[in-house]
Ligand binder design. Structure first.
Ligand SMILES: [Zn+2]
Length: 439
């Protein structure tokens, strides 16, 4: 799952889409329980999320009272569905990572949310599409059958990642039974190397990225016990370096992605005792930047994908107290652009896959209410191929399994009805994670 879509040479600058003049903003300390933030200039213009709604008209109705704020997702979706589900999934999440549910005293939030009870909901109800879950499931099953087309050939070396994306999507959509379980499990086993690690396909060299996908797929089918846990966990532990970092394979490339993958793998195998967790955490913290984000190595630029890896690893190891949640939350929520989509770094185009990297991180640090959820839901739904199924990176682009997974997983994090809850740290359905840890 950890192909981060990093393309450092891309020229997709979008200077006009992300104009957040954060230097002109100051927090309002007057509203002790509110997260309202005021523009410091007297004009009080709408800076937070430049959007198409006419705030000047709405403001005449004196509706700024924060007491009236409710999350729009609860109002958009059918009664009794999202609220109950939120309670269950969130409660399990906070229980698992020992986080406190608390109201933040300060922090940015779309001012549009202040007006949601006064007509916006009705506007969005008519403009927001619906999730074509059946079609997406059919698309994924079809991709798996078409082994000779270009996409399949390109994916050959990371077929096990593709299988993880596709199968997890099917599970979240409640369609995992459409897959021949025994066939998948025996193919996974055939990808294992004598070292204990897994390759991206049969006969390929092992890498920690593919090893996590193999474990995650087996977890989906409740088949982790087919593994020689000692052997697999020894392989993963052997990749830890003296400074606490992890290499991806025997060639030694170091990246915080591999820290997350190793920690997540060992946690799912319940063998975190095989590594020096303290050193692993220390290394991750050494990759923290002044902007609150994290890079792939110490001093490297903050990137939403890397942030997910670092925050995920810190969440799993109970180390989130090392994170400046307000500073990081601010950087992450600035990733939302006018269209509602999220980008991975400043000045880049929005992309459906960041619905996962950014959202899961915001949930883990308890700052997901700082973005406009309904606009993000709409952006993801706009990226669907309503005819043949599948989700693309941006509206009207070609669909692929990678973005289909991240789109559906993003909607799951946004508590879209009819979609199973996904765990933001383990990137597996919550019921699968509970089956492992609550057994
Ligand atoms: Zn992408």
């Amino acid at each position: 799952m950890l192909d981060l879509d990093l393309n450092l040479n891309e020229s997709d600058e979008t200077p006009s889409e992300n104009q957040f003049p954060e230097l002109q903003l100051e927090y309002s300390a007057a509203t002790s329980n509110s997260s309202v933030i005021n523009a410091s200039n007297a004009g009080d213009q709408e800076y937070m999320y430049p959007c198409e709604y006419n705030f000047d008209i709405l403001k005449q109705n004196n509706l700024q009272d924060d007491k009236n704020v409710r999350f729009v997702t609860k109002q958009l979706f059918p009664d009794g569905c999202s609220e109950e589900r939120e309670f269950n999934s969130r409660q399990q999440y906070y229980h698992r990572y020992n986080l406190q549910i608390k109201k933040t005293r300060r922090g940015p939030r779309s001012r549009s949310s202040q007006y949601r009870e006064y007509g916006l909901v009705n506007i969005l109800k008519t403009t927001m599409g619906t999730l074509a879950g059946e079609k997406h499931a059919k698309y994924i099953l079809l991709v798996e059958k078409k082994k000779d087309d270009v996409e399949s050939v390109l994916m050959e070396h990371l077929r096990i990642n593709g299988a993880y994306w596709g199968l997890t999507t099917l599970d979240i959509l409640g369609k995992l039974e459409a897959v021949e379980q025994e066939q998948v499990v025996s193919w996974i086993i055939s990808c294992q190397h004598e070292s204990g690690g897994f390759g991206g396909n049969e006969g390929h060299d092992p890498h920690v990225l593919y090893t996590l996908s193999a474990i995650q797929i087996l977890a989906l089918f409740d088949k982790i016990d087919v593994l020689d846990i000692e052997k697999v966990s020894s392989y993963v532990a052997s990749l830890q370096n003296e400074d606490g970092s992890f290499s991806g394979d025997i060639w030694g490339e170091i990246d915080t992605r591999f820290s997350y993958v190793a920690i997540c793998s060992l946690a799912l195998l319940q063998r975190l005792d095989k590594i020096n967790v303290e050193k692993a955490v220390k290394y991750i913290i050494s990759c923290k930047n002044l902007d609150g984000g994290f890079g792939c190595t110490p001093g490297a630029e903050s990137h939403a994908g890397q942030i997910f890896c670092c925050i995920g690893a810190l969440a799993i190891t109970g180390s989130l107290h090392y994170v400046d949640k307000d500073l990081l939350g601010w950087w992450l929520c600035e990733r939302q652009v006018k269209s509602g989509g999220l980008n991975g770094r400043p000045e880049k185009l929005p992309d459906v896959c960041y619905s996962w990297w950014v959202l899961s991180s915001l949930i883990m640090i308890d700052r997901v209410h700082w973005i406009d959820k309904d606009k993000l839901v709409k952006f993801i739904l706009d990226c669907q191929d309503m005819e043949n199924g599948g989700i693309s990176d941006r509206p009207d682009d070609a669909v692929d399994v990678f973005h289909t997974y991240f789109g559906v997983a993003g909607l799951s994090l946004l508590e879209y009805p009819g979609v199973k809850a996904i765990d933001p740290a383990y990137a597996l359905p919550v019921d699968v994670v509970n089956r492992i840890f609550l057994r």
